[in-house]
Design a protein around this ligand. Sequence first.
Ligand SMILES: C[S@@+](CC[C@H](N)C(=O)[O-])C[C@H]1O[C@@H](n2cnc3c(N)ncnc32)[C@H](O)[C@@H]1O
Length: 274
Amino acid sequence: MKIGDLQDYHKTITDTYDERSANHDKSDWHRTTALQLVEDMPPRMGDSVLDIATGTGTIAFHAASLVGPSGNVVGIDLSQGMLAQANAKLSTSGLRNLEFIVADAEHLEFPPNSFDRIYCASAFFWILDPLATLKHWRNLLKPGGCLGFHALPETSYVWVSEVRNVLANYGISYVLNKPTGSVEKCDQLLTEAGFRKINIREEKEGWFIPLEQAKSTWLQEDHFSPGQHPNPLVGVPDDILAQAKRDYEARLEELNTDKGVWNDISMYYIHAKK
Ligand SMILES: C[S@@+](CC[C@H](N)C(=O)[O-])C[C@H]1O[C@@H](n2cnc3c(N)ncnc32)[C@H](O)[C@@H]1O
């Protein structure tokens, strides 16, 4: 990807999350799922921890309390808005073993073998090059160090899985969820990146949403498309876009029940060792 395209892609991320930053801590779902990643593989007293795509620092603050004054924690994120929220909490926390840095998860500048634990909650779907990034993160772990992150199954989010299926009929590849879509794919990615002791657990979750709400989620040409830039609809002729949108709506009508359309939001909890 050209530098200009990468800058555009990062701008969609920072615009999106700067706007969401003031409300992010109101999401119990994000907090619970992030802390679960740590609970499955907690750091020890004195450990060095990296929280990638830290957002407002949910994992980073928790890890800082677990590693104690002899340990240290760094939270990185691209969104200055998210980090402003994290730093506001840090300034009143009394913690001295925690810092937040603006950085891109795919191009981190820490020396190799720096961390005992690396976490990344609810952000891996933004990664443009999953395999290279996993290799990069592995390189930052100390030997025996552990990585814990979330990834999305192929079925997650009805507006992703169904848009992907519809677009595939027109030869258009929508990559969101694709690289991590199954346990086998996750296992293969991590193995290829050099990890061992790979553990992948699927947490099933979801709820019904009204049909009209589901229909309103059709991917627009100017919409962001995590893990892929530009959005795969850019440059697709209008008549094909219109037909694909009709196909999407028809598919949602097929899926509709008296309770609405089931929106699967299952997630993989993945832990692996260097
Ligand atoms: C859904 S939020 C999750 C935040 C936090 N991990 C949590 O669970 O509460 C996704 C975060 O990923 C960050 N992000 C996305 N792509 C990134 C990248 N390439 N480098 C650094 N941060 C990134 C966004 O800025 C945002 O703060």
